[in-house]
Design a protein around this ligand. Structure first.
Ligand code: FAD
Length: 313
Protein backbone atom coordinates (compact mmCIF):
# COMPACT_ATOMS: atom_id res chain seq x y z
CA UNK A 1 0.00 0.00 0.00
CA UNK A 2 1.45 3.38 -0.90
CA UNK A 3 1.73 6.02 1.79
CA UNK A 4 -0.35 9.18 1.39
CA UNK A 5 1.44 12.03 -0.36
CA UNK A 6 1.17 15.66 0.58
CA UNK A 7 -0.59 17.84 -1.99
CA UNK A 8 1.70 18.83 -4.83
CA UNK A 9 4.09 15.96 -4.22
CA UNK A 10 2.90 13.89 -7.18
CA UNK A 11 4.48 16.05 -9.83
CA UNK A 12 7.84 16.13 -8.06
CA UNK A 13 7.74 12.41 -7.35
CA UNK A 14 7.22 11.94 -11.07
CA UNK A 15 10.36 14.03 -11.61
CA UNK A 16 12.49 11.28 -10.14
CA UNK A 17 12.80 8.79 -13.02
CA UNK A 18 16.17 8.75 -14.77
CA UNK A 19 17.80 10.49 -16.44
CA UNK A 20 18.43 13.00 -13.72
CA UNK A 21 18.51 16.59 -14.93
CA UNK A 22 21.73 18.26 -15.98
CA UNK A 23 22.34 21.52 -14.14
CA UNK A 24 24.69 24.47 -14.30
CA UNK A 25 25.10 27.29 -11.79
CA UNK A 26 25.75 30.96 -12.38
CA UNK A 27 27.61 33.11 -9.85
CA UNK A 28 28.65 36.73 -9.80
CA UNK A 29 32.13 37.90 -8.71
CA UNK A 30 32.15 38.96 -5.05
CA UNK A 31 32.97 42.53 -4.09
CA UNK A 32 33.89 42.14 -0.43
CA UNK A 33 35.49 39.56 1.81
CA UNK A 34 32.11 38.71 3.30
CA UNK A 35 30.64 38.14 -0.13
CA UNK A 36 33.64 36.02 -1.04
CA UNK A 37 33.04 33.80 2.00
CA UNK A 38 29.40 33.47 1.06
CA UNK A 39 30.29 32.54 -2.53
CA UNK A 40 32.76 29.88 -1.41
CA UNK A 41 30.25 28.37 1.04
CA UNK A 42 27.85 28.21 -1.86
CA UNK A 43 30.35 26.64 -4.23
CA UNK A 44 31.32 23.99 -1.69
CA UNK A 45 27.67 23.19 -0.98
CA UNK A 46 26.68 22.93 -4.63
CA UNK A 47 29.81 21.16 -5.89
CA UNK A 48 28.56 17.64 -4.95
CA UNK A 49 25.54 18.14 -7.23
CA UNK A 50 28.02 17.67 -10.10
CA UNK A 51 26.89 20.52 -12.36
CA UNK A 52 27.96 20.24 -15.99
CA UNK A 53 29.58 23.65 -15.50
CA UNK A 54 29.47 26.77 -13.38
CA UNK A 55 29.82 30.28 -14.77
CA UNK A 56 30.83 33.68 -13.45
CA UNK A 57 29.18 36.83 -14.76
CA UNK A 58 30.91 39.88 -16.18
CA UNK A 59 29.68 43.10 -14.61
CA UNK A 60 27.82 45.63 -16.68
CA UNK A 61 30.16 47.48 -19.05
CA UNK A 62 33.10 45.36 -17.92
CA UNK A 63 32.95 46.73 -14.38
CA UNK A 64 34.06 43.43 -12.82
CA UNK A 65 36.65 42.47 -15.39
CA UNK A 66 39.45 41.61 -12.94
CA UNK A 67 37.14 40.14 -10.29
CA UNK A 68 35.45 37.93 -12.87
CA UNK A 69 38.83 36.74 -14.08
CA UNK A 70 40.12 36.04 -10.57
CA UNK A 71 36.93 34.23 -9.52
CA UNK A 72 36.86 32.08 -12.66
CA UNK A 73 40.52 31.13 -12.26
CA UNK A 74 40.14 30.36 -8.56
CA UNK A 75 37.12 28.09 -9.10
CA UNK A 76 39.00 26.36 -11.89
CA UNK A 77 42.08 25.90 -9.69
CA UNK A 78 40.46 24.91 -6.42
CA UNK A 79 37.44 22.84 -7.38
CA UNK A 80 36.51 20.00 -9.68
CA UNK A 81 33.96 22.17 -11.49
CA UNK A 82 34.25 22.95 -15.21
CA UNK A 83 34.20 26.74 -15.20
CA UNK A 84 32.92 29.19 -17.80
CA UNK A 85 33.74 32.88 -17.97
CA UNK A 86 31.10 35.37 -19.10
CA UNK A 87 32.63 37.98 -21.37
CA UNK A 88 31.02 41.00 -22.98
CA UNK A 89 32.39 43.40 -25.56
CA UNK A 90 30.68 46.56 -24.35
CA UNK A 91 33.00 49.56 -23.92
CA UNK A 92 36.18 47.57 -24.69
CA UNK A 93 38.63 47.41 -27.54
CA UNK A 94 39.17 44.23 -29.49
CA UNK A 95 42.75 44.06 -28.23
CA UNK A 96 41.63 44.11 -24.59
CA UNK A 97 38.99 41.45 -25.19
CA UNK A 98 41.41 39.29 -27.16
CA UNK A 99 44.02 39.56 -24.43
CA UNK A 100 41.47 38.45 -21.83
CA UNK A 101 40.47 35.50 -24.02
CA UNK A 102 44.13 34.46 -24.37
CA UNK A 103 44.65 34.75 -20.61
CA UNK A 104 41.68 32.47 -19.99
CA UNK A 105 43.00 29.91 -22.44
CA UNK A 106 46.42 29.98 -20.77
CA UNK A 107 44.72 29.41 -17.38
CA UNK A 108 42.98 26.31 -18.73
CA UNK A 109 39.54 27.87 -19.12
CA UNK A 110 37.80 26.31 -22.09
CA UNK A 111 34.28 27.72 -21.98
CA UNK A 112 33.14 31.32 -22.57
CA UNK A 113 29.62 32.74 -22.33
CA UNK A 114 29.91 35.33 -25.10
CA UNK A 115 27.69 38.39 -24.73
CA UNK A 116 27.30 41.81 -26.18
CA UNK A 117 26.44 43.32 -22.82
CA UNK A 118 24.12 46.18 -21.91
CA UNK A 119 24.83 49.87 -22.43
CA UNK A 120 26.07 51.60 -19.26
CA UNK A 121 23.36 52.85 -16.85
CA UNK A 122 21.86 56.08 -18.12
CA UNK A 123 22.81 55.39 -21.75
CA UNK A 124 19.67 54.79 -23.77
CA UNK A 125 21.14 52.77 -26.64
CA UNK A 126 23.95 50.32 -27.14
CA UNK A 127 26.80 51.74 -29.19
CA UNK A 128 29.80 49.56 -29.95
CA UNK A 129 33.21 50.81 -28.84
CA UNK A 130 34.85 52.35 -31.93
CA UNK A 131 37.70 49.84 -31.73
CA UNK A 132 35.66 47.01 -30.30
CA UNK A 133 33.55 44.04 -31.31
CA UNK A 134 30.16 45.22 -32.55
CA UNK A 135 27.92 42.58 -31.00
CA UNK A 136 27.86 39.02 -29.74
CA UNK A 137 28.27 37.45 -33.20
CA UNK A 138 31.34 39.57 -33.86
CA UNK A 139 32.74 38.70 -30.42
CA UNK A 140 32.06 35.02 -30.89
CA UNK A 141 33.90 35.01 -34.20
CA UNK A 142 36.82 36.80 -32.54
CA UNK A 143 36.99 34.22 -29.73
CA UNK A 144 36.90 31.37 -32.22
CA UNK A 145 39.81 32.88 -34.12
CA UNK A 146 41.89 32.78 -30.95
CA UNK A 147 41.24 29.25 -29.70
CA UNK A 148 38.81 26.38 -29.76
CA UNK A 149 36.59 27.39 -26.84
CA UNK A 150 33.23 25.93 -25.98
CA UNK A 151 30.87 28.90 -26.40
CA UNK A 152 27.48 29.63 -24.89
CA UNK A 153 25.31 32.57 -25.91
CA UNK A 154 22.21 34.29 -24.56
CA UNK A 155 18.68 33.64 -25.83
CA UNK A 156 15.43 35.41 -25.04
CA UNK A 157 12.19 33.41 -24.89
CA UNK A 158 10.28 36.66 -24.39
CA UNK A 159 12.31 38.53 -27.04
CA UNK A 160 15.24 40.85 -26.37
CA UNK A 161 13.99 44.40 -25.63
CA UNK A 162 16.04 45.81 -28.53
CA UNK A 163 14.88 43.28 -31.12
CA UNK A 164 12.87 44.55 -34.06
CA UNK A 165 10.50 41.60 -33.86
CA UNK A 166 10.36 38.10 -32.33
CA UNK A 167 11.37 36.70 -35.69
CA UNK A 168 14.34 39.06 -36.06
CA UNK A 169 15.45 38.08 -32.56
CA UNK A 170 15.32 34.38 -33.41
CA UNK A 171 17.09 35.01 -36.69
CA UNK A 172 19.85 36.72 -34.71
CA UNK A 173 20.09 33.75 -32.34
CA UNK A 174 20.48 31.54 -35.40
CA UNK A 175 23.36 33.74 -36.54
CA UNK A 176 25.08 33.19 -33.19
CA UNK A 177 24.66 29.43 -33.50
CA UNK A 178 25.80 29.42 -37.13
CA UNK A 179 28.86 31.40 -36.02
CA UNK A 180 29.81 28.47 -33.79
CA UNK A 181 28.00 28.70 -30.43
CA UNK A 182 27.51 25.32 -28.81
CA UNK A 183 24.56 26.18 -26.60
CA UNK A 184 22.13 28.98 -25.80
CA UNK A 185 21.21 29.83 -22.22
CA UNK A 186 17.98 31.72 -21.83
CA UNK A 187 16.95 34.77 -19.92
CA UNK A 188 14.80 33.64 -17.00
CA UNK A 189 11.06 33.27 -17.45
CA UNK A 190 8.25 31.89 -15.31
CA UNK A 191 5.68 30.73 -17.83
CA UNK A 192 6.64 27.29 -19.10
CA UNK A 193 4.49 27.65 -22.22
CA UNK A 194 6.47 30.74 -23.23
CA UNK A 195 9.67 28.68 -23.19
CA UNK A 196 8.13 25.70 -25.00
CA UNK A 197 6.77 27.92 -27.79
CA UNK A 198 10.20 29.57 -28.10
CA UNK A 199 11.88 26.16 -28.27
CA UNK A 200 9.49 24.99 -31.00
CA UNK A 201 10.12 28.13 -33.03
CA UNK A 202 13.89 27.78 -32.58
CA UNK A 203 13.83 24.14 -33.71
CA UNK A 204 11.64 25.08 -36.69
CA UNK A 205 14.26 27.67 -37.62
CA UNK A 206 16.92 24.96 -37.68
CA UNK A 207 18.57 25.77 -34.35
CA UNK A 208 19.63 22.34 -33.16
CA UNK A 209 22.02 23.07 -30.25
CA UNK A 210 20.85 22.76 -26.62
CA UNK A 211 18.70 25.69 -25.48
CA UNK A 212 19.01 25.63 -21.72
CA UNK A 213 16.31 27.39 -19.71
CA UNK A 214 17.61 29.92 -17.20
CA UNK A 215 15.90 29.38 -13.85
CA UNK A 216 15.65 32.26 -11.44
CA UNK A 217 14.63 31.29 -7.92
CA UNK A 218 12.58 34.12 -6.43
CA UNK A 219 14.93 35.47 -3.77
CA UNK A 220 13.20 38.80 -3.37
CA UNK A 221 9.99 39.47 -5.22
CA UNK A 222 10.15 43.28 -5.21
CA UNK A 223 13.70 43.34 -6.60
CA UNK A 224 12.85 40.69 -9.14
CA UNK A 225 9.89 42.71 -10.47
CA UNK A 226 12.04 45.79 -10.87
CA UNK A 227 14.84 43.94 -12.63
CA UNK A 228 12.43 42.01 -14.87
CA UNK A 229 10.92 45.21 -16.22
CA UNK A 230 14.40 46.22 -17.41
CA UNK A 231 15.40 42.95 -19.04
CA UNK A 232 12.09 42.13 -20.69
CA UNK A 233 11.11 39.12 -18.57
CA UNK A 234 7.45 39.13 -17.60
CA UNK A 235 6.30 38.44 -14.07
CA UNK A 236 2.93 36.71 -14.09
CA UNK A 237 0.17 37.83 -11.75
CA UNK A 238 0.02 34.37 -10.19
CA UNK A 239 3.67 34.70 -9.16
CA UNK A 240 3.00 38.00 -7.43
CA UNK A 241 0.10 36.37 -5.60
CA UNK A 242 2.31 33.52 -4.41
CA UNK A 243 4.56 36.00 -2.59
CA UNK A 244 1.88 38.39 -1.41
CA UNK A 245 1.93 39.00 2.33
CA UNK A 246 5.27 37.24 2.85
CA UNK A 247 7.52 40.29 3.17
CA UNK A 248 8.16 39.60 6.84
CA UNK A 249 8.24 35.84 6.62
CA UNK A 250 11.51 34.77 5.01
CA UNK A 251 11.11 31.10 5.87
CA UNK A 252 7.75 30.75 4.09
CA UNK A 253 9.10 32.84 1.22
CA UNK A 254 11.95 30.41 0.87
CA UNK A 255 9.62 27.42 0.83
CA UNK A 256 7.35 29.03 -1.74
CA UNK A 257 10.32 29.94 -3.93
CA UNK A 258 11.66 26.38 -3.85
CA UNK A 259 8.24 24.87 -4.59
CA UNK A 260 7.60 27.29 -7.47
CA UNK A 261 10.96 26.74 -9.19
CA UNK A 262 10.88 22.97 -8.66
CA UNK A 263 7.38 22.86 -10.19
CA UNK A 264 8.58 24.97 -13.11
CA UNK A 265 11.51 22.62 -13.76
CA UNK A 266 9.31 19.60 -13.44
CA UNK A 267 6.75 20.99 -15.88
CA UNK A 268 9.64 21.49 -18.33
CA UNK A 269 10.91 17.98 -17.71
CA UNK A 270 7.50 16.58 -18.52
CA UNK A 271 7.91 18.20 -21.92
CA UNK A 272 11.35 16.72 -22.46
CA UNK A 273 13.55 19.58 -21.21
CA UNK A 274 16.10 18.17 -18.79
CA UNK A 275 18.88 20.75 -18.44
CA UNK A 276 18.65 23.84 -16.27
CA UNK A 277 20.90 26.85 -15.71
CA UNK A 278 20.35 28.33 -12.24
CA UNK A 279 20.86 31.99 -11.44
CA UNK A 280 22.10 31.30 -7.92
CA UNK A 281 22.82 34.92 -6.88
CA UNK A 282 25.65 33.26 -4.95
CA UNK A 283 23.36 31.45 -2.52
CA UNK A 284 23.11 27.67 -2.13
CA UNK A 285 19.94 27.34 -0.10
CA UNK A 286 17.30 27.85 -2.77
CA UNK A 287 19.19 26.36 -5.69
CA UNK A 288 20.35 23.41 -3.56
CA UNK A 289 16.82 22.72 -2.35
CA UNK A 290 15.35 22.96 -5.86
CA UNK A 291 17.99 20.55 -7.19
CA UNK A 292 17.27 18.21 -4.30
CA UNK A 293 13.57 18.28 -5.12
CA UNK A 294 14.51 17.31 -8.69
CA UNK A 295 16.34 14.25 -7.42
CA UNK A 296 19.92 15.50 -7.45
CA UNK A 297 20.64 14.68 -3.83
CA UNK A 298 21.20 17.09 -1.00
CA UNK A 299 23.85 19.77 -1.15
CA UNK A 300 26.50 19.25 1.54
CA UNK A 301 25.96 20.60 5.00
CA UNK A 302 28.73 23.18 4.96
CA UNK A 303 28.15 25.99 7.45
CA UNK A 304 25.77 28.65 6.26
CA UNK A 305 27.15 31.40 8.44
CA UNK A 306 27.46 33.98 5.72
CA UNK A 307 24.31 33.09 3.86
CA UNK A 308 20.89 34.39 4.55
CA UNK A 309 17.76 34.81 2.56
CA UNK A 310 16.98 38.36 1.64
CA UNK A 311 17.81 41.21 -0.66
CA UNK A 312 20.91 40.57 -2.66
CA UNK A 313 22.42 42.38 -5.57
P1 FAD B 1 23.34 40.35 -28.88
O1 FAD B 1 23.05 38.93 -29.13
O2 FAD B 1 24.48 40.91 -29.63
O3 FAD B 1 22.11 41.28 -29.23
C1 FAD B 1 20.94 41.39 -28.44
C2 FAD B 1 19.71 41.48 -29.33
O4 FAD B 1 19.78 42.66 -30.11
C3 FAD B 1 19.59 40.33 -30.27
O5 FAD B 1 18.85 39.27 -29.64
C4 FAD B 1 18.90 40.96 -31.43
O6 FAD B 1 17.51 40.94 -31.25
C5 FAD B 1 19.37 42.37 -31.43
N1 FAD B 1 20.55 42.59 -32.32
C6 FAD B 1 21.80 42.89 -31.95
N2 FAD B 1 22.59 43.06 -33.02
C7 FAD B 1 21.80 42.85 -34.08
C8 FAD B 1 22.02 42.89 -35.47
N3 FAD B 1 23.24 43.18 -36.00
N4 FAD B 1 20.99 42.63 -36.28
C9 FAD B 1 19.77 42.33 -35.80
N5 FAD B 1 19.50 42.29 -34.47
C10 FAD B 1 20.50 42.55 -33.63
N6 FAD B 1 25.26 40.91 -19.35
C11 FAD B 1 26.46 41.30 -18.80
O7 FAD B 1 26.82 42.47 -18.88
N7 FAD B 1 27.26 40.39 -18.16
C12 FAD B 1 26.92 39.08 -18.04
O8 FAD B 1 27.67 38.28 -17.45
C13 FAD B 1 25.68 38.64 -18.62
N8 FAD B 1 25.32 37.34 -18.56
C14 FAD B 1 24.16 36.95 -19.17
C15 FAD B 1 23.82 35.59 -19.19
C16 FAD B 1 22.66 35.15 -19.79
C17 FAD B 1 22.34 33.68 -19.78
C18 FAD B 1 21.78 36.09 -20.41
C19 FAD B 1 20.50 35.64 -21.03
C20 FAD B 1 22.11 37.44 -20.41
C21 FAD B 1 23.29 37.88 -19.81
N9 FAD B 1 23.67 39.23 -19.82
C22 FAD B 1 24.87 39.61 -19.26
C23 FAD B 1 22.79 40.26 -20.42
C24 FAD B 1 23.15 40.61 -21.85
O9 FAD B 1 24.40 41.23 -21.92
C25 FAD B 1 22.07 41.55 -22.36
O10 FAD B 1 20.87 40.86 -22.51
C26 FAD B 1 22.41 42.37 -23.59
O11 FAD B 1 21.41 43.37 -23.75
C27 FAD B 1 22.41 41.57 -24.87
O12 FAD B 1 23.46 40.73 -24.94
P2 FAD B 1 23.49 39.61 -26.10
O13 FAD B 1 24.73 38.87 -26.00
O14 FAD B 1 22.22 38.85 -26.11
O15 FAD B 1 23.51 40.60 -27.35
Amino acid sequence: MSSPRPPGATRLAAARPAPLPGVSFEFFPPKTEEMETRLWNTIRRLEPLAPSFVSVTYGAAGSTRDRTYETVCRINRETSLPTAAHLSCVGTTREEVDEMVRRYWRQGIRHIVALRGDPPEGTPRYTPHPGGYANSVDLLEGIRRIADFEISVAAFPEVHPEAQSPDADLEYLKRKIDAGAHRAITQYFFDVDVFMRFLDRARAKGIAVPIVPGIMPVFNFAKLSKFSAKCGASVPRWLAEMFEGLDDDPETRRQVAVAQAAEQCQALREQGVNEFHFYTLNGARLTGAICHALGLGPPTEAPLAAERLGPRP
